[in-house]
Design a protein around this ligand. Structure first.
Ligand SMILES: Nc1ncnc2c1ncn2[C@@H]1O[C@H](COP(=O)(O)OP(=O)(O)OP(=O)(O)O)[C@@H](O)[C@H]1O
Ligand SMILES: [Mg+2]
Length: 252
């Protein structure tokens, strides 16, 4: 059964059509990586998957949640949006931790405030998740004392605390110093091994080839090519993707 199906998603900002009918179906336990040039619509598409951006046309199904966009007054209600977002965790390039809260409080805030979880239960969950991302000893630290890689691992633990069915990552390592990239990728890799369903945008091509079940190439607002890493990264079909990969290998 699909964990996530996006069908014919359209999104324009003013008269700038950024997504021109993007479809993607992700099976449970799949890791789908999106690659493509800057401005091709990767982030916008990811943001449409948890409705941080509202598509103007198309359909989205995640778990039990179904949305149809366009054709009249069908804008999802706040309660529906909140339910969807509990099910879809998102990790951004910049971690946006609450600076005035301890690491543990950052992780437990969602379960306590949104789900009404009891504090003791949330703390136990939070400590488990911090251990999972290798930060058991940082529970009481404040974010300002952490490295970028540690902050990003807290952000991942925070997203996991909502027990999402799907995790979205938008360039989770591109704001990090090179020596900190590996520790974040290894957390993502362990989530993949546990069968977490994930969609991620990354420029870490070797990692994408290694961890992904499929790689999608976005080009100018469409999903131009999608297939196994072997197909997409090693045997690209379109000239556009060949050119993108060649440029990529020149600069990395
Ligand atoms: N809120 C917005 N308002 C207006 N234009 C936007 C908005 N968000 C994105 N865009 C435009 O949509 C296009 C696609 O942006 P998007 O961020 O999805 O690209 P991307 O593939 O993620 O690029 P990058 O690799 O640089 O992150 C860009 O031209 C961008 O300027
Ligand atoms: Mg982007």
């Amino acid at each position: 059964m699909s964990a996530l199906t996006a069908d014919n998603i359209h999104k324009a900002f003013g008269d700038h059509e950024v997504l021109k009918g993007v479809s993607l179906s992700v099976e449970r336990g799949e890791v789908v990586t999106l690659i493509g040039a800057s401005g091709s619509g990767k982030s916008t598409f990811l943001r449409c998957l948890n409705l941080l951006e509202m598509p103007q046309q198309g359909e989205l199904a995640i778990g039990m949640h179904r949305f149809t966009f366009g054709n009249g007054p069908r804008t999802p209600k706040d309660a529906q949006l909140a339910q969807l977002r509990e099910n879809v965790g998102m990790v951004f390039q910049h971690f946006n931790l609450f600076p005035h809260m301890s690491v543990l409080a950052n992780v437990t805030e969602g379960p306590v405030q949104v789900k009404g979880m009891a504090r003791a239960e949330a703390d136990a969950l939070g400590r488990d998740l911090l251990a999972k991302v290798g930060l058991a000893d940082k529970a009481d630290a404040f974010p300002s004392r952490l490295s970028g890689g540690q902050k990003q691992r807290v952000a991942i633990a925070r997203a996991l605390a909502m027990k999402p069915e799907v995790m979205l990552f938008d360039e989770p390592t591109s704001a990090l110093d090179p020596e900190l990239v590996g520790e974040v990728l290894s957390v993502i890799r362990s989530l993949a091994a546990e069968g977490m369903t994930m969609v991620l945008v990354t420029h870490e091509m070797a990692f994408a080839a290694d961890v992904s079940t499929r790689v999608g190439f976005m080009n100018d607002g469409i999903m131009a090519e999608i297939g196994t890493p072997d197909e997409t990264i090693r045997q690209p079909r379109s000239e556009r993707l060949k050119a993108f990969l060649a440029r990529f290998h020149e600069t990395h």
